[in-house]
Design a protein around this ligand. Structure first.
Ligand code: CP
Length: 317
């Protein structure tokens, strides 16, 4: 059973967006907003003496570095494992449960990325210190969804009554799975889901998310994108989840975010979002568009949201 956050983050694991509600999401955003305004040198006592262990069994640019920077900006220190399958005793066959039990003796919090859905729940159950899910296979990526929601909230000043487009690999994209959960907590949100038929949300996910109250509309052609969405959330086709690489090659550029498409279908306030990395599905020409936030606000907010999470989870006073 995942612990609900409710009114307190203290000591809690962050494994799924399902642990949150409207109030806990907005509590986190309030903290992130405050931290954004405080000069770094004034924050160095917040987590002084605390240690975070980062263990990433899958590659990462943003999630790894932003957790690391966030912890250090609050005065803490980190133990960092990228690629533990060649640099830790995992290579000798140590189980992940044993690995994290060891780090429990040294650290105050553990951040883990793993290729297998469900592993983060197992890790959280194995230790008493808080564990943060940095992505578990095709499961969830809760901190990415929180930074995405924060970015939308900052720009549109609300998280309800939104018209949203999500495009790409909705079957395997863990960021999408967490983001839909987050949007489902706020009323009257409609999400248009654009993907090739092979990469639409699983039937189970579609039904489970729909029951939460969010309206999901599947579309299969860019022609059917509604105009004036509040944001577009483009995603990469997840090569690493395909057994058949020919199938990946066939599908990888099914939908490309182009300037032409933006000119035709986006509104003047439509945010252009992407969790990154991108591998050809977003034209670089759009990077300088004033609505594009994938290389700017989303990345920067990732650091502040993770600072806020660490502070709320670990702060003693
Ligand atoms: N958004 C995201 O998870 O990026 P990384 O894989 O680089 O961490």
């Amino acid at each position: 059973m995942l612990q609900p956050i409710n009114s307190s983050f203290k000591g809690k694991d962050i494994v799924s967006l399902d642990q949150f509600n409207r109030a806990s999401i907005l509590r986190l955003f309030k903290e992130a907003k405050i931290l954004k305004k405080i000069p770094t040198k004034k924050l160095l006592n917040v987590l002084k003496g605390k240690i975070a262990t980062l263990i990433f069994f899958e590659p990462s640019t943003r999630t790894f570095s932003s957790h690391s920077v966030a912890f250090k900006k609050l005065g803490g220190q980190t133990i960092e494992y990228q690629n533990p399958l060649s640099t830790s005793s995992s290579v000798k066959g140590e189980t992940i449960e044993d690995t994290v039990r060891v780090f429990e003796q040294y650290a105050d919090v553990i951040v883990v990325r793993h290729p297998t859905k469900g592993t983060l729940k197992k890790v959280a159950d194995a230790v008493r210190i808080p564990v943060i899910n940095a992505g578990d296979g095709i499961g969830e990526h809760p901190t990415q969804a929180l930074l995405d929601l924060f970015t939308v909230w900052e720009k549109h000043k609300k998280l309800d009554n939104l018209k949203v487009l999500m495009a790409g690999d909705l079957l395997n994209g863990r960021t999408v799975h967490s983001l839909i959960r987050g949007l489902s907590m706020f009323p009257k949100n409609t999400i248009y889901l654009l993907s090739p038929k092979q990469l639409r949300l699983s039937k189970d996910d579609f039904e489970a998310f729909s029951k939460k109250g969010v309206k999901l509309v599947e579309i299969y052609s860019a022609k059917d994108i509604p105009t004036d969405c509040h944001f577009w959330y483009w995603t990469r086709v997840q090569k690493e989840r395909f057994n058949d690489k020919k199938e990946y090659e066939k599908l990888k550029l099914s939908f490309v975010l182009t300037k032409k498409l933006v000119d035709e279908k986006a509104g003047k306030n439509t945010l252009l979002m992407h969790p990154l990395p991108r591998v050809g599905e977003v034209e670089t020409e759009l990077d300088s568009d004033y609505r594009a936030v994938y290389l700017t606000d989303e990345v920067k907010n990732g650091m502040y949201i993770r600072m806020a999470l660490f502070k709320l989870i670990l702060k003693t006073s």
